[in-house]
Design a protein around this ligand. Sequence first.
Ligand SMILES: Cc1ncc(COP(=O)(O)O)c(C=O)c1O
Length: 458
Amino acid sequence: MPYRTIIEPFRIHSVQAIKLPDRNQREEALRRSGYNPFGLHSDEVIIDLLTDSGTGAMSSRQWAGMLDGDEAYAGSRSFYRFLEVVQDLTGLAEVIPTHQGRAAERILFTVMVKDGDVVPNNTHFDTTRANVEYQGAEARDLVVAEGHDPSLLHPFKGNMDVEALERTIEEVGRDRVPLVMVTVTNNSGGGQPVSMANLRAVREVCSRYGIPFFLDACRFAENAWFIKLREDGYADRSPREIAREMFSLADGCTLSAKKDGLSNIGGFLAMNDPDVARDCRNLLILTEGFPTYGGLAGYDLEAIAQGLDEVLDEEYLRYRIRSTEYLAEKVARAGLPIVKPAGGHAVYLDAKALLPHIPPHEYPAQALVVELYLDGGVRGAEIGSVMFGKPQPDGTEIPAPMELVRLAVPRRTYTQSHIDYVGEVMIDVAERAKGLQGFRIVEQAPWLRHFTARFEPL
Ligand SMILES: Cc1ncc(COP(=O)(O)O)c(C=O)c1O
């Protein structure tokens, strides 16, 4: 390309209006929602970076595929198209559709994990952690030390600490480790990628101890692109070849198609072990649906099949990763502390560094999330002690390792000027950081409390 600008490799075909409610309306919306962005109506938000999950724009080919969806209860043609695409991509024999990623997690852990087990992961995502803990097991995060330092530059901060993995297996005993998971990219750890060398090393440990190795593969294509850019020997390989190699190292995966499936709903569980798959399918029938639709419509299966193909397009991935990096560069230039390098799907503000006067138990990242909305109608998500803090019986809390605000960019949805606007809002809020105050929780659920908790400003 003779020019430096990396353009959106698509044109806009259909639009939805957005508008900024006035300041009084934003204040009222915050009070009503208990200062929890999950309680806001989307019409009260102008740029919605709460999540990249299911919020992207589908292509005209996905919509066209949906019109052709086969809604047969059993043996739908759309299922067989989906099956072929997933098997071709992952090389995994058994493919079980689910309504989203967490359903795949719940089914897998119900079959494989029991009370007292320990499940290692680089960093468990919130639903993954909750589903492991719901079985009475421990969800142990073993990301490399570099992954805990937001400002440190490292190409693969999502890598698993392989020595710590081996120590964990030795310490708790192989029989209490029913599977090892690696999340690509590492969402709760700043959207950071995992290298092929690291996946290979985890595979080697799992093979040696005879423990199944599963990928939490929601953002497999973004991870493949980072490997192409950053890992020796992969520059000339296509994202599809790299993704196939990643999957070839695993015994199975869970995947939320709401991310790199480029779809608004859906997911799957895939594996090679036919016995585990049979037990999973029996559970699937109980709560999700028959194995050839798994809680999805036939048209959803069409959208996912097409999305899994489109997501590996090089032009798309170049634009995707660059647009996140563009926002990160803009705010880093202005001196804002962020997780570096930029994650694949999101920019993560380091609230601990920006608001050192607010201690973790007063939730600095929540304070920042609230102010971003109040200031510019931008919705982000807290990934800190609200999400991962551990309440203790004496009323205190063990804080999360990091206090982050995640600004997740939906796929193919916002333009460069939307992102410029977000950058301006972030910089404006950061300039007033010293005046921000913390929050206290006044209502919370026993697990996944961040979705429904209510707060009061201190
Ligand atoms: C890494 C990771 N795993 C699992 C999930 C759960 O997927 P879902 O929201 O489709 O249940 C998510 C969702 O954000 C995720 O980011």
